[in-house]
Ligand binder design. Structure first.
Ligand code: ATP
Ligand code: MG
Length: 423
């Protein structure tokens, strides 16, 4: 029969790969909570309208990348392409913003119908942080400090660079969009279909284009920073000062706009030179209007998302000796006869109860002693417990240190537990 394959762009993480994912996730959990951010867990499906109203109808994400369908009740729902919209929805729905200024984080799969390639898949994963209720540049700065701590913890501090920009207030963007309109009018023959559509719907997006022709045209494009409103300018200047004081290197990139509609004032990206074309590891910015736009009371907010596939690739590239090992086994239970397997299972239960921290794997196939020892050795186990005909008859267990020179001993269960505890 024909084999059933996974859906294009949706990848398995095999046990061999899981170790590095766990390492990255553990670091994220610990760094986020060390800054006092609380975890929130959100659904992966939301009403389609949530994304249309927040990310924006004309964004690439909503216009061509969403997995949208009708459920059995006829409601239009979508797999989430990003997390901020759902997080804001949840904050409003659970009334989290009324008395508190929550600082939240979450991590999980996102879905976008894109062309799969290195660092780009259709189911991918993000870890995100969001800060609500603070309109001050301090909140933007803290997010960048947090990200920097994460890069340091993962050993890639020197492999990512921070770029920042300001998109000003809505007046700034309105003014700037018309300037872009004027500017690109002179190049209309060089614009592809996509860019022409963007120019009509939201000219800011052209700055985010991946097309080399468009990138070429951008050399002389006006800078949004020359058109900032005074409040945004002040915010941006104070942010830059604070970053400098906290030794966070950054580059101002006045072409940085980001692909979602809801940003204002600060936007930023951490980029790397080590992953080829998919070079943004983390992107974020301020979205002071979004809560109100989604039906809440006016509430400033700022946040970022890290692409975990790219982060994992980067950590892998820079971790010495190929990263962590999946093999965290302490002990293998080797069964020499098929009758001894259930005896091993029962004894393993008793051992785990006495030593909960022990990673003990019972071999469920009585293959040759030689092959079981070889596998135990390869798995990283330090100890082998062995049962065969003799042990089964005498109600004992043999124990061998796989990393030492001591010879094998045959002991009672209690003695085995004592020995393992000492190790
Ligand atoms: P890109 O320009 O690479 O498409 P984006 O601007 O669409 O990125 P964001 O919406 O800002 O991405 O998402 C934040 C991060 O999530 C990105 O910087 C990237 O690391 C990651 N990301 C986005 N889309 C994908 C994808 N299809 N596959 C893997 N990671 C992704
Ligand atoms: Mg994209």
């Amino acid at each position: 029969m024909a084999k059933i394959k996974s859906i294009r762009g949706m990848n398995d993480v095999t046990p061999k790969e899981v170790a590095i994912w766990q390492l990255v996730e553990k670091s994220i959990r610990s760094v986020f909570s060390s800054y006092g951010y609380e975890e929130i867990r959100l659904p992966v499906v939301e009403q389609t309208e949530l994304f249309a109203r927040s990310v924006g109808d004309s964004s690439d994400i909503v216009s061509k990348e969403m997995y949208t369908f009708e459920d059995r009740g006829g409601d239009g729902i979508s797999l989430r392409p990003e997390g901020t919209a759902g997080c804001v929805r949840a904050c409003i729905e659970n009334d989290l913003l009324r008395i508190d200024s929550p600082r939240l984080w979450y991590m999980g799969p996102m879905f976008r119908y894109e062309r799969p390639q290195k660092g780009r898949s259709r189911q991918f994963h993000q870890a995100s942080a969001e800060v609500f209720g603070i309109d001050h540049h301090n909140a933007d700065a803290e997010l960048m400090m947090l990200a920097k701590s994460l890069w340091t913890d993962l050993g890639i501090r020197n492999n990512v660079n921070l770029e920042i920009n300001s998109l000003g207030n809505s007046e700034t963007r309105k003014k700037y969009k018309s300037l872009l309109h004027e500017f690109f009018k002179g190049f209309s023959s060089e614009l592809d279909k996509d860019s022409q559509r963007q120019l009509k719907e939201n000219p800011l997006r052209i700055l985010d284009s991946k097309s080399e022709t468009i990138k070429g045209l951008l050399a002389d494009v006006p800078s949004i920073l020359d058109h900032l409103d005074s409040e945004s300018e002040d915010h941006f200047n104070k942010l830059k000062d604070l970053l400098t004081q906290s030794n966070i290197d950054f580059e101002v990139n006045d072409r940085l706009v980001r692909g979602l509609d809801y940003y204002n004032k600060t936007v930023f990206e951490w980029k790397t030179k080590d992953l080829g074309a998919q070079d943004t590891v983390c992107g974020g910015g301020r979205y002071d209007g979004l809560v109100e736009q989604l039906g809440g009371k006016k509430c400033p907010a700022t946040g970022f998302s890290i692409g975990l596939e790219r982060l994992v690739l980067l950590v892998k590239e820079h971790s010495k000796d190929n990263g962590p090992s999946t093999n965290n086994l302490d002990c293998n239970f080797i069964c020499l006869t098929s009758e001894s397997i259930s005896y091993a299972l029962l004894n393993a239960e008793k051992i785990r109860k006495e030593i909960p921290s022990l990673n003990l794997k019972v071999n469920l196939q009585a293959t040759s002693a030689n092959s079981q020892f070889k596998r135990a050795d390869k798995s990283g186990s330090k100890i082998a417990l062995i049962v065969g005909e003799e042990e089964l008859k005498d109600n004992t267990i043999s124990i061998k240190n796989l990393r030492g020179k001591e010879s094998q001993e045959t002991l009672s269960l209690d003695q085995v537990i004592e020995t393992l505890k000492k190790l």
